[in-house]
Write a protein that binds this ligand. Structure first.
Ligand code: PRT
Ligand code: ZN
Length: 307
């Protein structure tokens, strides 16, 4: 059964590969680092679609939406031109391409930073040492802006890939590249000098394309679902049994943001407590709760969290 409620026409999107003008179109990376997480996130907000390698479009069977699979670099332009209503791309790509797109949500994956790096043990030690030097990057616009802001006059060497080997080849004195674990820099004898941009995958749209459009309420529904899932991913749900007399002490451990559920147990003097806690703090919280008398502690993941 179709779960979407509204009067948006379904159009020709029933066909597996024919685009429909009436559906919300979301551009996602076809293959690469963001592809799987983008699809997983869309599935986690209840969207049902078939995905096969090589396919350009995938219509959704339970929401007026279709996916468009493209290279990540093309996503900001497709959104700006109105070919897609929404897109998922790295903030680095969005900032690099510039253009008139709006970041609607930060999506919590594809996390990396754009860093300037220099030869480890080499003569360049501070930002000012980059004055007059060559910096290789595949993000020239972002780097230009950064250098201008810092008042540095360096030469930007634009390169499309393998940025990290340019100092070895004497093509550049420094690099400005994406870093996640830092092992690529290390392997190439480089060390980070400055962070130019923090990046993660973001949901983008063109502000004017959405205004007053029939699709807007559906886009808002998607955003609300995304926020509920993203919020939930950061939380765990804890359940435990405690002595009523220990409750005042235990209360102090459970974060203020959650309002714990307190349920009386058949066992006299005991209660069950349920509470959502931040995933990052879950082990410390469990250990502290145990010290304060909590027993039979269960922790479960949270799928959806609507405030
Ligand atoms: O084919 P298409 O054009 O779609 O993909 P692509 O090859 O251009 O991009 P892809 O799939 O490599 O990356 C897509 C997006 O993932 C980027 O735009 C970033 O937003 C994000 N991302 C997250 C990264 C990284 N982490 C990352 N580590 N993109 C690239 N890297 C590279 C980096 O360039 C360097 O070569 O990984 C290396 C460094 O990794 P560490 O772990 O050694 O530090
Ligand atoms: Zn790309």
């Amino acid at each position: 059964m179709n779960e979407f409620q509204g009067d948006l026409p379904r159009g020709s999107g029933e066909s597996p590969s024919v685009p429909s003008p009436e559906r919300i179109r979301i551009a996602v990376q076809r293959r690469g680092r963001l592809a799987k997480c983008s699809l997983d996130l869309l599935q986690s907000i209840g969207l049902d679609f078939d995905y096969h390698e090589g396919r350009l479009f995938a219509p959704c069977s339970n929401f007026p939406l279709e996916l468009l699979f493209v290279r990540d670099d093309d996503i900001p332009q497709l959104v700006q031109d109105g070919v897609a209503d929404l897109g998922i791309a790295g903030r680095n790509v969005v900032e690099e391409k510039g253009g008139d797109v709006e970041c609607l949500e930060s999506l919590g994956f594809g996390i990396c930073s754009l860093k300037i790096a220099v030869r480890a043990g080499g003569p360049l030690a501070t930002l000012t040492d980059l004055e007059g030097k060559r910096i290789a990057t595949s993000h020239p616009s972002i780097l230009f802006r950064y250098l201008k802001e810092k008042g540095l006059d360096s030469t930007v060497v634009e390169i499309s890939g393998s940025v990290e080997i340019t100092p070895i080849l004497n093509v550049a004195d420094a690099v400005c590249d994406l870093v996640s674990t830092g092992s690529t820099l290390k392997m190439n004898g480089l060390r980070p000098l400055a962070t130019v941009l923090e990046s993660e995958a973001v949901l983008i749209s063109h502000p004017n394309q959405r205004e007053g459009k029939q699709k807007e309420p559906f886009i808002e529904r998607l955003r609300a679902r995304l926020r509920s899932c993203l919020r939930a991913r950061k939380m765990r749900y804890l359940m435990m049994n405690v002595r009523r007399s220990d409750w005042d002490s235990l209360k102090k451990v459970l974060p203020n943001l959650s309002s714990p559920t307190v349920v009386p147990l058949a066992r006299p003097g005991w209660i069950a407590i349920h509470s959502a806690v931040p995933e990052k703090a879950v082990w410390n919280t469990i250990e502290e709760l145990t010290r304060r008398g909590a027993r039979d502690i269960l922790s479960v993941p949270v799928d959806i969290m609507v405030p």
